[in-house]
Ligand binder design. Sequence first.
Ligand SMILES: *Cc1c(COP(=O)(O)O)cnc(C)c1O
Length: 392
Amino acid sequence: MWKPANILMERCKMQETVDFIQKTFNTKEFIPLHEPRFFGNEKKYLNECIDSTFVSSVGKFVDNFEKVFALKVGSKYAVATVNGTAALHIALILAGVEHGDEVITQPLTFIATCNAISYCGAKPVFVDVGLDTMGLSPKSLENFLTIHCEIVDKKCINKTTGKTIKACVPMHTFGHPCRVDEIKTICDAWHVELIEDAAESLGSYYKEKHTGTFGKLGAFSFNGNKIITSGGGGVIVTDDEALAKRAKHLTTTAKIPHAYEFVHDMIGYNYRLPNLNAALLVAQLEQLNGFLENKRALANEYAEFFSKSADIKFIKEPKDAKSNYWLQAVLLKDKKERDEFLEFTNKNGVMTRPIWRLMNELEMFKTCQCSDLTHSKYLEERVVNIPSSVRL
Ligand SMILES: *Cc1c(COP(=O)(O)O)cnc(C)c1O
């Protein structure tokens, strides 16, 4: 008669977790995973923007945002875009990714990473993540390149497919920085461009350098669920002036500046961030430090609570890193316990979500080449996000 007793224990533990989260968020009502917060100058700037009539593709809030954002992350240039996927797409084009190329990334990511690679006509190659960061593992990357690739004329050729591996896109999962300095060293040695998907990691640092600023270009997102939001939006960062200018050009229909004529010198994109969204974003960015402190305090409370649990482990920031703790996450013992946890919490008004399905298992990416993906699979079956909003 061990089994019923065990089940009772589990129930009890999950009930304790639900009680703790309700206490932490000071409510018995439904608790969402992540809500935006508008405590600052949002309405003031939006009104200013509307009064100015410059609500669309040009305006002072876009310019202001780009300046302040570049300063904030310590990059020389920032170019605002309509969303994070567009930022990634343009970053990949600027890194030279073309039709028929390959791009290394991690299978444990949001679909946008792989979509952006696909928009270039390139194919993702999946390399395993590290259990320490949930982001691309430098060791798996180096192993993959050593086994499968060779350098020919300063190009990284995949010996299996004969294609060129143009770029590598690590992602800082839930804001926890991956070991991006080691990844950069490996990419440099193999003539592969480093583009960071920093969509989730605004306010996260690795060895005191802001994520997204290690590679040639980095991309951030300001979707409604991110740490700060413009409704929808994104940004490309780089230290290279020529690349920043091309990013602006490509995202603004490749129009040649002229007083009244429409002349475009290539096929460009309408990926501009509207000034209206930028107004919201400027106000949000002013509050980032407060949001970061608030999330860190929540992480500490979660860490303390789950430290008493043998079966549910709270995921802390990796070594040498300062995480923004954008989405808080726990690691369950196995898939069965994960499913029970998801079922119980969601039924009891506490929103929780499993980490993404592995990209290489989705229909569109089934034929992509993969390294051994043991760690990705392990995490896919066990990681769950728990409520992470900035508390009032
Ligand atoms: C949010 C996100 C993006 C970009 O998403 P958009 O909705 O296009 O702004 C890209 N990559 C990752 C990993 C993300 O989480």
